[in-house]
Every structure is written in C-alpha cells, then in structure tokens.
Design a protein around this ligand. Structure first.
Ligand code: HEC
Ligand SMILES: [Cu+2]
Length: 349
C-alpha cells in the first residue's frame, strides 16, 4: 500500500505536466473556447451551462458514493448480513425530481438558442447574403446582392449579419468556423441549409470542413476575413473590375485556353474551379498553402505557393479535381509566368 502511494506521488507531477501540454495542443484559432461574436458566445454559454450542471452532479454523486462506501464498509469480524432496504418513496421522489429539474434547466435555453441560431435571415434587408457551395476540396462564396463570387477567403464587414445559404456540388461537407459559430452541413440531396452569424472584430478566422469527404478533407480549409465596412465596399468594387490581362500575348492565349475554361478572373472565364480574381491578396493558395510569411523565409510567399500548386496540384491536395498544368501541355516557363501574373493580381481594399 505504502509503496504504491510512493509511485503515484512521483507520477502525479508528470501527469500534471502532460495534462498542461495536451491542453495546449490544437490550433488556437480553431477553438470554440474563444468565441468571437454573438452566435459563438451564445453557444459557448450553453457549453458552460451544461458542463457546470454535469460537474455539480458528478461531485455530489461521487461524494455520496465515497461516503457510503467508507461508512458502510464491512468491518473486521463482521459476519451478519446488514439490513436489506427495498423501496424508499421519499428517496425515489428526490432522485427523480432533481434530474428532471436539471434536464429542464438544460433544455429550455438549449432549445431556445438552437432555434434562434437556425433562423433564416436571408430575407432581412440589412443582412449580407452569401451562398456557400462546397466542392471536393474547396469552398465557393457567392454574394448575390453584389453579383460577385470568390473562393477560399470569405470577406465580410464587421458587425453585419451574414445570412448563409449552404449547398454542395458533390458529397456531404460541413461548414465550420469554430470561433464564429457551430457547424452546418451541406447536403447532397439538394436541400439548402441556412444560418447566420456576425463578427464584431476585424480579423482572420480559420474555417474547416467538418465532415469527412475524401482524401483531402483535412486540407479543405477556408478563411473568414472580417474587415471594416469601408474595406468591404472597396473589395466589392475591386472584385467587379474587368480582368487584368497578361502582357505576353502567347502566355495570355495559353492561360485563356487552358485555365479560363474552369477558372474565372475578373469578368472572364468559367466557374467549375475557384474564382481566381485577386488571388495575390488572399490568405492562402488552394486554402492550405499559407501566404503569410511567418518564418521570413520567402521573398514572395504567394508566388512560391502558386508555383508549388501549379507544378503538382495532386501532391498538395491528393484527389483534387484540377488537372496538372504539365498534363495540359504547359512548359515550366509558362507555369512560372502564370504564377507570377497571379501572384501580382492583387486587390486594393
Ligand atoms: C478542369 C478544370 C480546371 C482547369 C483546366 C484548371 N484548373 Fe485550376 N483548379 C481547378 C479546381 C477544381 C481547383 C480547386 C482544387 C482544390 O482546391 O480542391 C483549382 C485550383 C486552382 C488554384 C488554387 C485556387 C485558390 O483559390 O487558391 C489555382 C491557382 C489554379 N487552379 C490555377 C490554374 C491554372 C493556372 C490553370 C491553367 C494552367 C488551371 N488552374 C487549370 C480546376 C481547374
Ligand atoms: Cu470535408
């Protein structure tokens, strides 16, 4: 007995350290524990309410169990059978009524909030409507009020209600920005799921697909960039500008024939791939190659990321639907030229 306690005493500090270390795991910006806005705050409050109730129940039940185990344990020399008690009306009423009350305390705010979060704000004139379409493995954002479409970075103005309508082009995905709101699925049966949230502070929030959708599911990220109303208006205007052409005529022709079949840039191109307008000022290339030069290693991170993507898209996101430019017949020079052009395609906002 003594020995075991000695071992435990040594293990305890180690366990404490591991607990602390593990608590630090996970990406900070993917945390529901730092809510940024009314919806996330409401959901966080529900989490706190349910955890507090569970903790109180846990402590009382464990304390009672420990008390009974110790107090009524079999003593040395005790041979007779203890008194057998069966049915106690008072006790049974108590342990039925208390849980009922607790469930009610949990249920009332939960049901109220859940329905409020799912409310359809798409007919609200003050709301900014965004139609979200999920694709294996990227997110498309259409703003019907402004007639613009973008991908990967969802730009929103602070303190405005954003009314979302979600759908998918292929399999089931789930739209999730942990610090702004809970998840909502995009369903293949054609239903359109709606919800809304707003972001009070300027900032970039990480979003993720939260429904296993294929080999590159883990790379299916997006960013929500919350900017001032003024910046947002500038961004909308810049998005509507006509395409900035490529100077080199031959390269422009290749780009048009090989890339604009799927991609749109400015007022030109197709829509089966992400819209590339202003890709030079985005947070990422293909949602997973970060353009921020955190380590200070790159002179032009966007261009490097674009090259990495264009040289071999499959190695960045296995199973994605973009053909390798080499297989489309592009030379290294053409790939580098297009990467440079796209990296410098920036929007002022
Ligand atoms: C058959 C359609 C198709 C063609 C042709 C095509 N792409 Fe793509 N492209 C895609 C799809 C789909 C994605 C999204 C891949 C993903 O993230 O899952 C993509 C992604 C991209 C991205 C990253 C987009 C972002 O939002 O960060 C870039 C850059 C890009 N393509 C450039 C090109 C260029 C340059 C060409 C021409 C050489 C080209 N694409 C040809 C379909 C296509
Ligand atoms: Cu997914």
């Amino acid at each position: 007995m003594m020995k075991r306690w000695q071992v435990m005493k040594r293990l305890l500090p180690m366990l404490a350290i591991f607990t602390l270390l593990l608590a630090g795991c996970g990406r900070e910006d993917l945390s529901v524990l730092k809510p940024q806005g009314p919806v996330a705050q409401g959901q966080f409050d529900l989490i706190k309410l349910s955890i507090s109730i569970m903790l109180v129940v846990l402590v009382i039940v464990f304390a009672l169990a420990a008390f009974v185990l110790i107090k009524f344990r079999r003593r040395p020399g005790q041979t007779e059978m203890p008194e057998q008690v069966e049915g106690n009306f008072k006790l049974e009423v108590i342990w039925t009524v208390i849980p009922l009350v607790l469930v009610l305390v949990l249920a009332v705010p939960t049901v109220k909030e859940v329905f409020a979060f799912g409310e359809d704000h798409s007919n609200d004139d003050n709301a900014i409507k965004v139609k979200v379409t999920s694709h294996q493995y990227w997110w498309e954002f259409e703003y019907p009020q402004y007639d613009i479409t973008t991908a990967q970075d969802l730009i929103i103005p602070t303190n405005r209600d954003i009314a979302f309508e979600l759908k998918t082009m292929d399999v089931i995905h789930s739209f999730w920005v942990p610090s702004l709101s809970g998840k909502l699925d995009t369903n293949p049966d054609g239903t359109i799921n709606k919800f809304s949230f707003s972001a009070p502070n300027e900032g970039v929030y990480l979003g993720k697909c939260a429904e296993l959708c294929g080999p590159s599911h883990g790379f299916m990220e997006f960013k929500v960039k919350s900017v001032s109303q003024e910046s947002f208006d500038q961004w909308v205007t810049a998005m509507k500008e006509p395409m900035v052409p490529i100077e080199d005529v031959a390269l422009a022709e290749t780009f048009k024939n090989q890339c604009l079949t799927c991609h749109a840039v400015g007022d030109q191109g197709g829509s089966s791939g992400p819209n590339l307008t202003g890709i030079g000022s985005r947070e990422t290339v293909a949602s997973i190659l970060l353009n921020s030069d955190v380590a200070g290693e790159y002179t032009n991170p966007v261009e490097d990321n674009l090259k990495e993507w264009l040289i071999d898209p499959q190695s960045v996101k296995p199973g994605n639907k973009m053909p390798a430019p080499k297989d489309l017949g592009l030379t290294d020079d053409e790939i580098n030229g297009i990467a440079e052009y796209l990296a410098n395609y920036k929007l002022d906002y």
